[in-house]
Design a binder for this molecule. Sequence first.
Ligand SMILES: N[C@@H](CCC(=O)N[C@@H](CS)C(=O)NCC(=O)O)C(=O)O
Length: 273
Amino acid sequence: MGLLIDGQWLATEPPEAEQPPHTVLDGWIRRDGSSPFAATAGRYHLWVSTDCQWSRRVLITRSLLGLETFLPTSEALPGRDANGWGFAEGPADVQSTNGRVALHQVYTAGDPAFTGRATVPLLWDRELGRLVSNTTTDIIRMLIVELAAHKTTSADLLPDDKREEIDWLNNWVEHRVRMGCQRVQRAKSPDAAEHARESLSAAMERLCKRLKAHRYLVGDELTEADVLLYPFLTRFRGDCCPSAQADPAPLQNYPELAAYVADLARHPSFEHA
Ligand SMILES: N[C@@H](CCC(=O)N[C@@H](CS)C(=O)NCC(=O)O)C(=O)O
């Protein structure tokens, strides 16, 4: 797939054990000005792909909060070539080659010694020419909390009185559902696969139970927890379905979850993501 090592793009990856430690991006936009990244309009840019679940979570959040003008995006061209993700256009401050911007060029524009994968979503600071973050959950929290003064809708995706439950649930969904699905796909024996399927099925049933009581995961208002779960459910595939490997519509085994996805899919912020 390709990655950057000390700022050099390698289309063929060396074995993991031979790679130097990957660069961690831990920038954070702060509304109180306590970081180099102030919450100023006209400054940030988001690199995304609509093929990517992680990017879709950020795009849904941006739309729910009405931050489209504050935070313009470049959407990757479909698929990836030997240069990784490519874009037909980007902000003028990023170099392009033959009219195409490779995402790894954005990474090295922000950090000439970057080591790691050139992933989307990526939050880019045009003013400082720096990479802010490429971690979806961090970017989403910045949008919700640090850019609250810039939102143009009344959506409250992280109400104070629900924050603890949302944090707990996000963590639980990540470990029991999203990674639970990976455990099914990567199981090394039929027994391990069966065990992983049972555990995933139990987790999906628990989500159904929540949705029997409320329209959304944490009550009757949309929250960040819904934004994080939805893209995963829209790609829930037969090969991690607990009850039928070849089921073309495995989510139908969980009627409340299927109805929840259909309900969200009608919401304008979700339907295009
Ligand atoms: N940890 C990242 C994961 C993002 C990610 O895995 N993005 C994928 C696309 S869905 C990507 O760009 N992969 C390129 C690569 O691994 O080379 C996040 O939290 O957003």
